[in-house]
Design a protein around this ligand. Structure first.
Ligand code: NAD
Length: 477
């Protein structure tokens, strides 16, 4: 991003706090306006959760966090903002008042999104000075982790909004026509209504309903959604067979979807009591952290598969990937990243196997620097690691920002010896070192051989330049 952009967050509750975190951790400056005297604490708590989870989705350098401030008035908050996100309570009269004040003080080219779960843009725009400026940008909780945003509004405006959201790692979905509750909440409401009936009729408890989701179809939905899953369920004949087989059930009286159970005090007590029995041993903050850690672990698993939400994360990493080091006459900065949740072990620190991954990734950067890149590998030549001598010096914890500094100790012929120091970026603490030996190989014979062409020239030049450097401090100790 060439210059820092500013997002004004109007309403800093559950959703506004999540938006603030999403923008801030993607390098935007953020101004929050909310009449609640507790707003700084509330946003601070959401931000703390976001800081320990969102950066851990990345396998490359994360953007530098933007600046956060709390405005004394809505007018001050929106004055210079590029994006304004309204996340006030779900009441049309409040939203109309907020939009009128926003439009009286914001730039005419600012984007004004509303987090509304249910209102249509035409309802939000009633009485607005510039109706086309207001659109629905409906997120999902936690906004800092879940990528999808439903965009509804004037085409030109939502296309501009889409570009911004792409840049902060989200998955904007432009809804074709406005409709109450957009797409996802209509769908979720059907599931919610049926769940209420199952509890009211004594068929299932809150725990049992959650179990059929989390041990079953919820996992399918997270990676393939509804239709791709049902296509497979149709067997070789796919979707047509699925519809032929299960379509008739739709007219059987299985569901009570058109009918809404009355939320009497008795039913509310039943649900709340069951929910207390199921989850009351955890505070809401604990549950949020459990949810976030699970989401990060699941999204990282999908990243390894380059599928669904994981494919989106890989695309974001490709955008944030730093250029390869070019100065060869000083130690090489080969890696910078955050330590994610799925790298932790039962001792509450990073598992030793992950150090191997960090140093392997750092070694790959040196390979790419000398031209031993995917094209070179496809031509049948590569490097194999034959030894890694790792020293674990200090504990590495969840969320630590680390970088690796690499020196080439030897680069002659087939031999490439690297010395990596893994350092915690925040306090410069040395966490681990690795003395790594790589040998150049032919992928055809699976035996060592001399590097060829430009790779040979570059590796020799790199080795010579680095041989003039003093030994790394940790080698001398
Ligand atoms: N909670 C969810 O899961 C969820 C998901 C998606 C969208 N939404 C939508 O997001 C919006 C906000 O919901 P929430 O769950 O964050 O509610 P919330 O009650 O947690 O937060 C609303 C915030 O707005 C503030 N507020 C009240 N009047 C205001 C005003 N005039 N100007 C500025 N701020 C004002 C309140 O002090 C409060 O902090 C709603 O439109 C809701 O439909 C909620």
């Amino acid at each position: 991003m060439s210059e820092t952009k500013t997002a004004a967050i109007i309403g800093g509750g559950v959703i506004g706090g999540g938006w603030a975190a999403r923008f801030l951790l993607n390098g935007w400056d953020v101004v929050v306006s909310d009449p609640d005297p507790e707003v700084e604490r509330k946003v601070g708590e959401v931000l703390a959760n976001a800081r320990r989870s969102l950066p851990a989705l990345s396998d490359v350098t994360v953007p530098k966090e933007g600046k956060l401030r709390f405005a004394t008035s809505l007018a001050e908050a929106v004055a210079g903002a590029d994006w304004i996100q309204e996340s006030a309570p779900e009441r049309l009269d409040i939203k109309h008042k907020v939009f009128a004040e926003i439009q009286a003080h914001c730039r005419t080219d600012a984007l004004i999104g509303s987090s509304t779960s249910g209102f249509k843009p035409s309802e939000l725009q009633q009485g607005a000075a510039r109706p086309e400026q207001i659109f629905v940008a409906h997120p999902f909780n936690p906004v800092y982790l879940l990528p999808v945003i439903e965009l509804v509004g004037v085409q030109q405006t939502v296309e501009r909004a889409k570009e911004v959201l792409d840049g902060i790692g989200m998955k904007p979905l432009i809804v074709r026509k406005e409709i109450d509750a957009h797409i996802a909440d209509r769908f979720l409401e059907a599931v919610w209504r049926e769940a209420l009936w199952l509890i009211k009729d004594g068929i299932a408890t809150t725990q049992e309903i959650d179990d059929v989701i989390r041990f079953g179809f919820g996992m399918r939905w997270a990676q393939m959604g509804l239709f791709e899953t049902y296509r497979i369920a149709g067997g070789e004949a796919g979707m047509r067979h699925f519809i032929a087989q299960f379509g008739p059930c739709l007219s059987w009286p299985w569901t009570k979807l058109m009918d809404v159970p009355e939320l009497t005090a008795e039913l509310t007590d039943m649900i709340a009591d069951q929910s207390d029995a199921q989850s009351g041993m955890h505070s809401i903050r604990e549950l949020e952290r459990i949810r976030d850690d699970n989401l990060v672990a699941m999204m990282r698993a999908l990243k390894g598969r380059n599928w669904g939400a994981g494919e989106l994360l890989n695309a974001q990493d490709a955008r944030n990937k730093p250029p390869l080091p070019t100065a060869i006459d000083k130690p090489l900065e080969t890696l910078s990243r955050v330590i994610p949740i799925d790298w932790m072990d039962y001792n509450g620190h990073m598992n030793e196997s992950r150090y191997g991954q960090v140093f392997s990734d750092a070694g790959d950067v040196v390979m790419h620097m000398v031209g031993a890149d995917p094209d070179y590998i496809a031509s049948g030549l590569s490097y194999f690691t034959v030894s890694n001598e790792i020293s674990y010096i200090n504990e590495t914890h969840l969320g630590d920002v680390i970088h690796v500094r690499t020196q080439v100790l030897e680069a002659r012929g087939k031999k490439l010896r690297l010395y990596h120091e893994m350092i915690r970026t925040t306090d410069d603490e040395l966490l681990a070192t690795c003395n790594q030996l790589l040998l150049h190989v032919s992928l055809e014979t699976r035996r060592t051989c001399e590097p060829e062409g430009e790779v040979l020239e570059r590796i020799t030049a790199l080795g010579e330049a680095q041989s003039k450097l003093p030994k790394p401090a940790s080698m001398r100790d």
